[in-house]
Design a binder for this molecule. Sequence first.
Ligand SMILES: NC(=O)c1ccc[n+]([C@@H]2O[C@H](COP(=O)([O-])OP(=O)(O)OC[C@H]3O[C@@H](n4cnc5c(N)ncnc54)[C@H](O)[C@@H]3O)[C@@H](O)[C@H]2O)c1
Length: 167
Amino acid sequence: MGRFNGATVLITGATGGLGSGAAKAFAAEGARLVLSDLDEAALADFAATLDTEKATLAGNIADEKLSQDLVQLAVEKFGRLDIAINNAGIVHSFVRLPQVTSEEARRVVDVDLLGVFYAMKHQIPQMGASSGKAARAASSSTSPRSPVSPARPSFRSMPPPSMASLG
Ligand SMILES: NC(=O)c1ccc[n+]([C@@H]2O[C@H](COP(=O)([O-])OP(=O)(O)OC[C@H]3O[C@@H](n4cnc5c(N)ncnc54)[C@H](O)[C@@H]3O)[C@@H](O)[C@H]2O)c1
């Protein structure tokens, strides 16, 4: 029996390096997956390789409606949302700050900051409704004490859903 049997896990940036690794690891532990990324065909191809129940929805995480739709998909398909890996993201060009265009900086803020904000804004109420328990993603660059920091995933330290609490 997998450690995440019965849990529904939402992963954005699911076809990328860390996202696909997380999806495979959660699938191997029995989780049901809601997967999202930009490229619909690549997402469908990747999802087909996973031996678990899954649903996919492609889109841009900087568009708030995608986050709303992903939570709705989790509820419609699996009746709950337990864990979210808000992993989709970009980095700006590796140049000195004055060479970063304002347009590029705005894009990074839209995806990496607002994208995670939109995601958590729609996920948290549903996680509360699912079981009163939810896993919180965290990274070395965000405070482990803040329950709502836009965050990157830390899979190794993530406990089973029954053990995780929001805040
Ligand atoms: N790999 C690392 O060492 C490292 C270090 C620090 C932070 N990160 C961050 O962790 C996350 C995953 O890293 P990775 O190495 O797997 O990166 P990756 O580029 O392989 O994967 C990121 C995924 O996010 C998707 N994505 C990008 N913009 C999107 C958008 N607007 N809407 C929806 N999906 C979008 C991409 O299509 C891609 O599949 C990224 O946010 C990255 O910035 C990675």
